[in-house]
Design a binder for this molecule. Structure first.
Ligand code: CDV
Length: 311
């Protein structure tokens, strides 16, 4: 019996500072209805999908920072997403800023959740590869303060069984790191869901715009192929209060080919029917890990963090 899943990525156009949660959730609900009308059973939303990409702003008042965080999930503003998921039988991936209390201490993570078609949270991922910096960069056109506002995720790269598939999650910058996908690949991942906010400008080194899109697609296509997995990548796109984010939301097949891609920089849904067995031949042949991996030669990957020239 072939395993097929119609899945969607729901790109979001800009969310401005002045846009409140209820207005954003209304947009997400409309995208869910559109994905469902197209026959999808799973829809992927972007990273930090409930607010503007706030790490671009330098803030020192913790109360001001915490306005961008969710203290509960679902909470009063986000409950309608879960209700609609249950009503439509449509699961989703949602990225948001998580404020949680553990052992009496507050923690802040850049988080995504996997919600099944019954509207239940079945998985949670806390972003591990936090990009950017923690200090104020006065000469930069904008900030990228993920290292200031979030802790490194403490739950690893897990996979979950959902939609009759093995599903993993990662967030934005994680997609550029082969380790992210290989750890999930070693757990037999079949779908990697990922949301992202990629500024059009590299604040650390000038890069032409086309290179930003090229690197995004290069990373998700290569990692899909090298692990024989589908990748569902959802962008927040367009100009948020004048600050540009690339679009390019895509559904990538285990062959590394793009099966669907958004065209614009606004709210947009694209879908594809995933053949969940397509990655099997890649996992059995070219990337048969059991047969071909040589872990005795990979020690440096876990023993050394930075590159060191010793010759
Ligand atoms: N939100 C992100 O993680 N953004 C990063 C930075 C490096 C641009 C990204 O990889 O797109």
């Amino acid at each position: 019996m072939p395993r097929k899943l119609k899945a969607a990525v729901a790109q979001l156009g800009p969310i401005h500072l002045a846009d409140g949660r209820p207005a954003v959730v209304k947009r997400l609900l409309a995208l869910m209805r559109e994905a469902h009308a197209a026959g999808a059973r799973f829809v992927v939303f972007p990273e930090l999908a409930l607010t503007t990409f706030f790490p671009r702003y330098w803030m020192t008042d913790q109360n001001e920072i915490d306005r961008f965080f969710e203290r509960e999930m679902p909470g009063p503003d986000t409950q309608p997403l879960f209700d609609l998921a249950r009503e439509l039988g449509l699961g989703f991936y949602l990225g948001y800023a998580e404020l949680t209390q553990e052992k009496g201490e507050l923690h802040r993570y850049n988080t995504s959740i996997l919600v099944d078609a019954d509207g239940r949270i079945v998985g949670r991922y806390r972003k591990i590869h936090l990009p950017g910096h923690s200090e104020h960069l006065p000469d930069a056109p904008f900030q990228h303060l993920e290292k200031r506002y979030f802790e490194v995720g403490n739950e690893g790269f897990k996979v979950w069984r959902a939609f009759d598939a093995v599903v993993g999650m990662c967030i934005c910058n994680d997609r550029r790191w082969p380790e992210t996908f290989r750890v999930m690949g070693l757990q037999g991942v079949e779908i990697v869901a990922l949301g992202y906010n990629t500024p059009t400008e590299n604040i650390h080194h000038p890069e032409p715009l086309h290179l930003r899109m090229f690197h995004h697609l290069l990373a998700i296509q290569a990692n899909a192929y090298q692990n024989g997995t589908w990748v569902l990548a959802a962008a927040k796109a367009g100009k948020e209060d004048g600050f540009g984010l690339i679009g390019g939301s895509a559904i990538v097949a285990p062959t590394g080919e793009i099966a669907a891609r958004t065209l614009g920089e606004d709210d947009e849904v694209v879908t594809a029917t995933l053949d969940l067995d397509l990655g099997d031949y890649i996992k059995r042949t070219m990337f048969n890990f059991e047969k071909h991996r040589r872990i005795e030669h990979y020690r440096l990957i876990t023993e050394r963090t930075g590159a060191k020239v010793e010759v």
